[in-house]
Ligand binder design. Sequence first.
Ligand SMILES: CC(C)(COP(=O)(O)OP(=O)(O)OC[C@H]1O[C@@H](n2cnc3c(N)ncnc32)[C@H](O)[C@@H]1OP(=O)(O)O)[C@@H](O)C(=O)NCCC(=O)NCCS
Length: 163
Amino acid sequence: MVTIRSASQADEAFLQAMSALTGSWRPGPSPSGPEELAADPHHARYLEGWGREGDAGIVAEQNGRPVGAAWYRTFSVSEPGYGFLDPETPEISIAVDPDQRGRGVGTALLRALCERARRDGIAALSLSVERDNPALQLYERLGFVEVEGTADACTMRVDLDAE
Ligand SMILES: CC(C)(COP(=O)(O)OP(=O)(O)OC[C@H]1O[C@@H](n2cnc3c(N)ncnc32)[C@H](O)[C@@H]1OP(=O)(O)O)[C@@H](O)C(=O)NCCC(=O)NCCS
């Protein structure tokens, strides 16, 4: 059975493991391994000093074992995330263990994270996704719409007030 709970500071190592999966979602060998991603300052920005003001996350567990997580944090103009819109709009990261995908865990995580943001008075959330990542369909299903894009990737936003 899968349960969800809020992430705490103690979940940082698990979130780091999940963060590595966000950069290597394509099947087959990944161009950047977990060590390379951890050494990439832009990628590391998503979790550095996890637990700072404005950070929030949700962890999914199966029989007490974490199997997925979604979290958000705000970024600045000088150190933006890939899906940065403005300093007030937190950006989402999400990943589920490969052997647990396609069973609704990601949907439950995203819904819970949006609910958490709404409770905290946040007006909108953003994310960045590569166009060929099937996660894009999940985001559209939950109301995210493209607001900026290149040929390869786009930034999506969900307006929480409007839901
Ligand atoms: C994206 C992700 C978190 C979705 O989690 P999930 O538990 O598989 O999601 P759900 O079962 O709730 O929903 C499945 C949806 O995700 C999409 N999806 C993405 N990758 C998938 C995969 N490997 N297997 C099944 N569905 C996948 C499907 O299109 C599906 O959308 P649909 O229901 O509208 O058809 C998960 O696939 C994952 O960790 N992917 C690798 C990391 C990643 O790409 N993160 C996002 C970076 S922008």
